[in-house]
Each structure stands twice: as structure tokens, then as C-alpha cells.
Design a protein around this ligand. Structure first.
Ligand SMILES: [Zn+2]
Length: 285
């Protein structure tokens, strides 16, 4: 092989269009994130099986179910190292059961019945090697989720690429309901510097992108915070009467983008964040 091949499995809308990546190297395959719903996880496993190479490891970028739900389905009963930053693994352990209780009534048998937790914990900048592949984890703290990280992949002198989880959505509305938009913006500033020389970013949602996708995510969040700030008027919620305006504003910002139901999902979380920071009433015109 001339180098690793990165296979993308992208879920359809019920599975939030989430990407799972299979990085195929000479001796085996490393999976990065694993999908949300059982039907997608089975399809991802079929894709892996069709490569006719062993699964060497699974890497999990952050503690949201659309990224960690499929770990068990890929591991099955084999012993496979499941790598995650220690902070990412801790949040998965804290939230996995609550997420199952919250979402199982909606998704039924499509929500995996069990969670397989990361078993190989990484500290910031730790490296893991699989033959010609070297992955370096970078831990960024709360951003899109309660604990975000990304994996840089270097392979035999080729230009590095990065698996950036949900630090930047590409062409879809983002999930903002964990309420860390301020630290997310700070993380994006850090990333813009760190990843300036990286040719391709493989995001959790949307197609591969250049580093410019980080600036786009930053602009989206700034705009979202500004609209929420105005509509919440200093309170920790966006009143129901103002939800349609928030929807309209963000859909105008990202015309035609999918996952638009996520706009309202994060409204109160971000309003609460702004109110707690004392920013909600500042600068109202
Ligand atoms: Zn996601």
C-alpha cells in the first residue's frame, strides 16, 4: 500500500449524519468514532469486515453517543484496545446510562443495549502507534461536549491529517446543548493555530475540510451567542415566543443546512451560560 486509506461511513439523517472512519493500514484497521444507531453500527461493521483485515484499535474523540455508541458493536467479544483521552472516558462513564434512558424511548431497538467503555486512557499529547500509523491525541477540555479531543494522524512522512470529532461541524447545524460555547470558541482559537499546517480535517459531521472549517464554526457560534443573548434578555432561557426568530436567524446564516432542529435544542443551555457569565444584558441595542 502507498499509505493508509481512510474509509468514511456516514449515517443518514436518523443517525445525525455522523461520520465513522476506518483507517486502513497495511496490517489492519483503526476505527475513529463508531456511530449512533444499531443499523448504522452494523453497516459500519460490515464495511470493516469487507476490508478483510483485523481491527487494531478504536479511537473515540468525545463523549457523545453518536461517537461512542458503536464501540461494542465493533469490538464484539474480541479484545480490542479502545483509546480515549482520560477526560473523554470519564464523561462517557458518567453520561452513557442517562443518555440511554433519555433516548431509548425515541430510538427503541436502534439504541444499543449496552455501552463498551474505553479501556486504554490517554493523557494529552500521548501517541499510539499501529505499524506505519502514529496517532497523537490532543485534549481540549469542554467545547462541543463536556470533554473534547482530536487525533492527529501521521503516516510515513505523508502530510498529517486530523480527526476532529465535533470541534467543527462542516455544513450542518451544530449541537450546542452542553452549554460550553465560550470554551468552545477558545478551543477553536487554539485549533486554528495547531492545525494551520494540516491538509485535511475529518469532522464528525460533514465532508472532509481544510482548516477554514474552524473559522466557519467560530463565526457560527459567535452569531448564535449574539442572537441568544438578544432574545434571552438577560434570563437563562430563550422564551418560546422567540424560538422561531432564533431558528430563522441561524437558518439564514447556514442556508439549507441539515440538523436544523439542533438550533433550538441548545438555546437554553447557551442562554444559561451567557446569564451565568453576566453577558446576557451587555451591549443590548
Ligand atoms: Zn456528533
Amino acid at each position: 500500500m502507498a499509505g493508509p486509506v481512510i474509509h468514511t461511513y456516514r449515517a443518514a439523517e436518523p443517525g445525525l449524519f455522523v461520520n465513522s472512519y476506518l483507517v486502513e493500514a497495511e496490517a489492519g484497521v483503526v476505527a475513529v468514532d463508531t456511530g449512533l444507531l444499531v443499523s448504522d453500527i452494523e453497516a459500519l461493521r460490515a464495511r470493516l469486515r469487507a476490508l478483510h483485515k483485523p481491527l487494531l484499535a478504536i479511537l473515540v474523540t468525545h463523549p457523545h453517543p453518536d461517537h461512542f455508541n458503536g464501540v461494542l458493536g465493533l469490538v464484539q467479544d474480541k479484545e480490542v484496545p479502545v483509546y480515549a483521552a482520560a477526560s473523554v472516558a470519564r464523561v462517557i462513564e458518567e453520561i452513557a446510562e442517562a443518555k440511554r434512558e433519555q433516548w431509548s424511548p425515541t430510538y427503541g431497538a436502534e439504541w444499543p443495549a449496552k455501552t463498551y467503555y474505553p479501556n486504554s486512557l490517554l493523557s494529552d499529547r500521548a501517541q499510539v502507534r499501529f505499524g506505519e500509523l502514529t496517532f497523537t491525541v490532543r485534549v481540549l477540555g469542554p467545547a462541543e461536549s463536556h470533554a473534547d479531543s482530536y487525533f492527529l494522524l501521521a503516516a510515513d512522512g505523508r502530510a498529517p491529517v486530523a480527526f476532529t470529532g465535533d470541534l467543527a461541524f462542516h455544513g450542518t447545524h451544530p449541537y450546542t446543548a452542553d452549554g460550553h460555547s465560550a470554551s468552545w470558541l477558545a478551543a477553536l482559537d487554539t485549533l486554528a493555530d495547531e492545525l494551520a499546517g494540516v491538509g485535511t480535517l475529518y469532522p464528525g459531521h460533514g465532508g472532509p475540510a481544510g482548516p477554514g472549517v474552524l473559522a466557519e464554526q467560530r463565526r457560527y457560534l459567535l452569531h448564535y451567542r449574539e442572537i441568544v443573548r438578544r432574545l434571552s434578555g438577560g434570563e437563562a432561557t430563550v422564551p418560546p415566543s422567540a424560538r422561531a426568530e432564533l431558528d430563522r436567524a441561524m437558518q439564514a446564516f447556514l442556508p439549507g443546512a441539515p440538523l436544523s432542529w439542533m438550533i433550538g435544542l441548545g438555546a437554553d443551555a447557551v442562554a444559561g451560560e451567557l446569564a451565568a457569565a453576566g453577558l446576557a444584558g451587555a451591549g443590548v441595542s
